[in-house]
Design a protein around this ligand. Sequence first.
Ligand code: GLP
Length: 261
Amino acid sequence: MEIVILPTADEVGRAAAAKIAHLIARKPDTVLGLATGSSPLAIYAELAVRREQGLDVARVSGFALDEYVGLPVAHPQSYASVIRTTVTEPIGLDPARVHVPDGLADDIEAACAAYEAAIGAAGGVDLQILGIGANGHIGFNEPTSSFSSRTRIKTLSSRTREDNARFFGTLDEVPSHCVTQGLGTIRDARELLLVAQGENKADAIAAAVEGPLSSMVPASILQWHPHATVIVDEAAASRLALADYYRHTFAHKPAWQRWDA
Ligand code: GLP
């Protein structure tokens, strides 16, 4: 795992976007795994700037990690809406190439199986963008999610509903269920890129990066992935025991390995 500590939240977004832009330049039909939440917003904003500067995204496709169950697609907080307004439209992705799990299907299990099949038909995810919940969740895989889980319905924890209430009027308006790619689905992506900013993520980052591999910390599955990068600001890195080692390693990376330009 590569751990990169940068001074500010803005720099986290710019560096992560640089890494993604490198990949798209090499592979114009890149399949991106898309995360919602506030953590990746700076990445999407920077990719929009790079697209204006000539990054060709015409053949890029995307698969969102998750969706609430029962929210109308047009609801501003449905992940279908959030992905459209924060990713698809600003970056200029082809909407037909951007997919979000169906949280309104009559047969949720069949819809989840179809989502897995669609990811497979697209050739699999090249790079999965991830945020992290304060309880260590990725996507909506709450603690105790199986490391082999696939796309399925989950019940949100009260911590996650409280954390996400800021996007809704009241806590009662936050749905109690979701559909999320499983940890096994996420692990199948060829590359994982997790970003986190702020002190309230410091415990989750320390547990995910340096703690034991445990379903109690779903993001610890990154330790098991052959190509995972974690980019954090100083506040989110503040509880990492080996922070100095990570800073030294990144500062002395050979030029041919760099992706942060
Ligand atoms: C939600 C999303 C996750 C996201 C998490 C953290 O639960 N399903 O994908 O990583 O929130 O959100 P934020 O980045 O806003 O802290």
